[in-house]
Design a protein around this ligand. Structure first.
Ligand SMILES: Cc1cc2nc3c(=O)[nH]c(=O)nc-3n(C[C@H](O)[C@H](O)[C@H](O)COP(=O)(O)OP(=O)(O)OC[C@H]3O[C@@H](n4cnc5c(N)ncnc54)[C@H](O)[C@@H]3O)c2cc1C
Length: 806
């Protein structure tokens, strides 16, 4: 066994084997895998091992496509072919038109990844899967490439190829300790001795937190017991002449695939059970939990009703094993927050289908610092301080119970809420706020018109449309007040702050106290990493503000790029302060009523910051606007937030003030062409492609990503962000929807909404550069309907910015 390796991967299930193999594909051969028992002896060995192409976003679809292509190649290996039933096809059923709308949207989204789902009616479902009844069935989503694979053969094949490329695989070698050295490398302890590792990867399945504890980390991953059974032979299958497609049922939450000439049926019961919360028996190896089919009777009935043949068939085997879940159902694949040279590939609940792709994207992140797709949807840093064991358990249970029921747009499920609140949360609730969540924070979306109001979730404009229109009108005509909970803020101090900011931000950084500017952070490939509002306060303090979800992500990036000899201190204020936003033409009058400072446009113009009092509450106020109206962002310490709120509410009464929520903001920011991090600001595009060229200063030297950006600029854009005006008032274009021309996909929508001030149904999209011309006619596939649209100048509302200047 080597005494050192560039990377040590811990765990030999599909996650570890795929990571190891893909590292060797990146030409890193000084890598090793340590497995405490035999390969696949965790969850992988007993997996139902279905491999599907379905995902809710393009990253998931893309990585699953990689799995499918890789598995097919392995199955065709002339020396070591593995068993893979490729392209049996699969159906996700639906019994409501709303679910069908979701499938229409996912079909539009997947087409942009060259993946061709099909939305089919109930009769067609039954034609393709002859065992199912069409009772209470509207139709389904057809996924042509679905199949299943032999999990043990798959892992052995990946390990074999990795070994051939120079990697070492050590079975029966439990990792017993992890220690980080001052140079950020690791000592990995095993009962066979220590190994010095440049980088470690936690791929330990349900034992993730045993290994996490060795490095002082708790990962928000929880195991659930999960069961399937295998039936005796079913004559209709034997005689069908083709393999049965996979089946997934969101009506009763079961799945089903062919196994020999019978069926394998798995269940996601309501009466579900967490596993291993209080520790895992060290001898639980190649093991199963006790069968308990009584627990699944609720879903069993649904499966029997859909496939009556099941009632006449014997069950010969039941499998009940631990399966891992996270807080939002997606795994954690990428850098471990707060740690250097440590990665994880954990929380996989569909690891056989996804594992090939996750290992591929993780290896890219380890070797290049970034993957070919934006990986935020699986980034371990998307959950922050609130993601403890209790919250994870509640969300895991909720997710398990809704396994095949996707979230509708704007749907936020109730388990584990509220997790993060501000002192104003109960006040807003009393005002009638409807909340969503952002990184665990309760965030006001809109004010309900009456206490019993419930949003009718779906893909079309719904009963919130008029509510948002009225909040926008308040902001446009008079003045509105809202809270932005959890907005991420760091305070930077020290003698080298300017040097540091100049290096991490690609544009000009405000130098004078009292000024505010928007800055963009690039990665080493010259792609967009993050967006920050930089505010210069007196005494050399700088406030760095970014999206609520970016707290751990941005902190890691800043810390990682701080040089050891630089005098810069970074302190998080995120949990100490909350932002109130006052917006609208009368905002200045309200500010003048609550604060003794001079709020005239000359004394405090657009893009400035000052410290003052709001009533008796100390505040940092910035004249910045995400709505396109005259606006003030008021940062108040949480212990005086309510006092500031009351002062503003009272003063606002004289000026027709109303409340507005994040949905109104979303609508207004699209009309202004303002971007959202991880909707438009992605690691897949550079600032020029994203229309942010004015925020890049190529003349300044030494910012991160500059060399790569030079090359990219010379090569010209691959895609260009545009604003589209859709000719339909029926539905917004959702992120991921395909932009089409002459039947071909020419772009992808990043976000869409109705602009109430312009009366335009707007979307932003990355399209082929030749089409990024005002007036260009295109189409968007909006929930299955090709809607005509025109490229318009970005920010159609008040393009001169006269309103923000007030
Ligand atoms: C009943 C059931 C059905 C399923 N069906 C499907 C399906 O149809 N399709 C699908 O895609 N997914 C399915 N899954 C999920 C899938 O099986 C898992 O997502 C996947 O196997 C997880 O792989 P892993 O490598 O993350 O974890 P594991 O397979 O558990 O591997 C982790 C490895 O780490 C090792 N390890 C732990 N601690 C240490 C240590 N200290 N030192 C060294 N090694 C260590 C373990 O021994 C283990 O081998 C199913 C799961 C279950 C339970």
């Amino acid at each position: 066994m080597r005494k050192s390796a560039r990377v040590v991967v811990i765990g030999g299930g599909i996650a570890g084997c795929s990571t190891l193999y893909h590292l060797t594909q990146e030409d890193w051969s000084d890598v090793m895998l340590l497995e405490r028992n035999e390969l696949t002896s965790g969850t992988t060995w007993h997996s139902a091992a279905q491999v599907t192409n379905f995902g809710m976003n393009q990253t998931m679809v893309g990585l699953k496509t990689h799995s499918i292509n890789l598995y097919r190649e392995l199955s065709e290996d002339p020396d070591y072919p593995i068993n893979y039933h490729h392209a049996d096809g699969g159906i996700r059923l639906a019994n409501t038109e709303k679910q069908m709308d979701g499938y229409r949207h996912f079909t539009s989204m997947a087409r942009g990844m060259d993946v061709h789902f099909e939305v089919i009616d109930a009769e067609e479902c039954a034609r393709r899967h002859p065992l199912i009844s069409t009772d209470n069935l509207v139709g389904g989503l057809w996924d042509p490439l679905d199949g299943d694979i032999d999990p043990a053969q798959l892992c052995q094949a990946l390990a074999r190829r990795a070994r051939k490329a120079g990697a070492e695989v050590h079975r029966n070698t439990p990792v017993t300790g992890l220690r980080q050295l001052p140079d950020d490398s690791w000592v990995v302890s095993t009962d066979k001795g220590d190994i010095h590792a440049g980088i470690v990867v936690n791929a330990c399945g349900y034992r993730v937190n045993e290994v996490g504890a060795m490095m002082g980390v708790h990962h928000p991953v929880m195991s659930m017991e999960h069961q399937y059974f295998l039936t005796e032979e079913i004559p209709a299958i034997r005689d069908a002449g083709h393999r049965m497609p996979l089946l997934r049922c969101p009506i009763s939450d079961y799945y089903c695939r062919q196994e020999k000439n019978g069926l394998l049926v798995g269940f996601y019961e309501q009466d579900c059970k967490t596993w291993g919360m209080d520790g895992i028996d060290p001898n639980f190896v190649n093991a199963l939990c006790p069968d308990d089919l009584d627990r699944v009777t609720d879903v069993l009935e649904g499966a029997f009703a859909r496939m009556p043949a099941l009632m006449e068939t014997g069950i010969h085997t039941v499998v009940n094993g631990p399966i891992t879940y996270t807080i939002d159902g997606a795994p954690l694949v990428g850098p471990i927050p707060g740690k250097r040279n440590a990665f994880c590939i954990i929380g996989l609940r569909a690891g056989l289908g996804e594992g090939g792709g996750h290992g591929w994207l993780l290896a890219q992140q380890i070797v290049h610092g970034e993957a070919c797709y934006d990986t935020w949807v699986t980034d371990p840093r998307r959950f922050t301080g609130h993601a403890n064991v209790e919250l994870t358990a509640l969300k895991a249970i909720e997710d398990y119970q809704n396994e095949f029921r996707f979230h509708f747009p704007h749907e936020h499920r109730p388990a584990g809420r509220p997790a993060k609140t501000t002192p104003l949360t109960p006040v807003l609730a009393a005002e009638g706020a409807a909340f969503g969540t952002v990184n665990g924070w309760e965030r006001m979306e809109f004010i309900k018109p009456d206490p019993d109001f419930h949003e009718d979730y779906g893909y079309h404009f719904n009963n919130v449309f008029d509510v948002v229109a009225s909040e926008v009108a308040t902001v446009q005509d008079r003045v509105g007040l809202t809270e932005v909970s959890g907005f991420n803020r760091f305070e930077l101090t020290g003698a080298d702050v300017d040097v540091f900011l100049d290096r991490i931000i690609c544009g000009r950084v405000p130098r004078k106290a009292g000024r505010v500017g928007l800055g963009y952070l690039l990665n080493h490939q010259g792609m967009l990493k993050s967006e920050a509002t930089i505010a210069r306060l007196p005494d050399g303090r700088v406030w760095y503000g970014s999206a609520a979800a970016a707290e751990y992500h941005d902190m890691d990036w800043l810390q990682a790029h701080l040089r050891s000899d630089e005098d810069v201190q970074i302190r998080s204020l995120t949990n100490e302060h909350t932002i109130l936003v006052l917006a609208g033409p009368r905002a200045r009058d309200v500010m003048s009523a609550v604060s003794r400072a001079d709020w005239s446009a000359t004394a405090f113009p657009w893009l400035h910051v000052r410290e003052c009092f709001i009533g008796i509450a100390p505040a940092v106020v910035m004249s910045v606007s995400f709505s396109g109206e005259l606006a003030y962002e008021i940062h108040v310490p949480n212990n005086q937030l309510y006092a500031a709120w009351l002062a503003l509410r009272r003063a606002g009464a004289d000026h027709g003030m109303g409340l507005f929520g994040s949905r109104a903001v979303d609508s207004m920011r699209l009309e202004k062409g303002y971007l959202h991090w991880k909707a438009e600001i992605l690691t897949e595009f550079d600032p020029f492609e994203t229309g942010l060229g004015r925020f890049v200063d190529m003349a300044k030297t030494g910012f991160i990503g500059q060399d790569a950006l030079h090359t990219r600029q010379a090569d010209g854009p691959r895609k260009q962000l545009v604003t589209l005006h859709l000719e339909s008032d029926d539905a917004p274009a959702q992120g991921g929807a395909s932009v089409m021309q002459h039947g071909k996909v020419v772009g992808t929508v990043t976000s869409g909404d109705f602009g109430h001030r312009t009366g335009m149904n707007l979307a932003m999209a990355f399209v082929e550069p030749g089409l990024a011309v005002a007036g260009q006619r295109l189409e968007v596939d909006v929930v299955g309907v090709l809607v005509g649209c025109t490229v318009t100048a970005p920010g159609p509302y008040d393009p001169q910015n006269s309103r923000v200047r007030g």
